[in-house]
Design a protein around this ligand. Sequence first.
Ligand code: ZN
Ligand code: ZN
Length: 155
Amino acid sequence: MDDEYTIQVSVPLDADGFLRRECPHCGRQFKWHNGPANEEAENHARPAAYSCPLCGQPAADDSWNTPEQVELFERAAMPVVLEAVQDELESMFRRTKGFTYQRGRDEVTEPAEPLVEPDDMVIVTSPCHDFEPVKVPEDHTGTLYCLICGSAFAV
Ligand SMILES: [Zn+2]
Ligand SMILES: [Zn+2]
């Protein structure tokens, strides 16, 4: 285990620093602020789970990626996976008498299309946790739910 593989992906934020998210329950999209939105937010511990502002259902931290973001991660991981496989093959054949492993020329993998994050949606803040703004679709009307605690509120 002397090799380290690193995967670098940059997921774009909109002009206000918000990251697009998709709810695993209702499938609708909203945005949350990437990292603490302000000093007060920095002083609060992260909740165990975030709640969808649109349906109020909680889900684990890592279950909010949009299909485009999942694809971006997978494409970014692919060259690293191939390299790991080749390293493994090489060391396997090195131990096998009479065989040599010809390492394939590094495949040129196309870089993933950079995602573009449009500046859509409107910022809302919940009355109970107003340091954690979210963005919801402009056409959304009615009840919203606090990202942090899941409490219902109206805007
Ligand atoms: Zn939802
Ligand atoms: Zn709240």
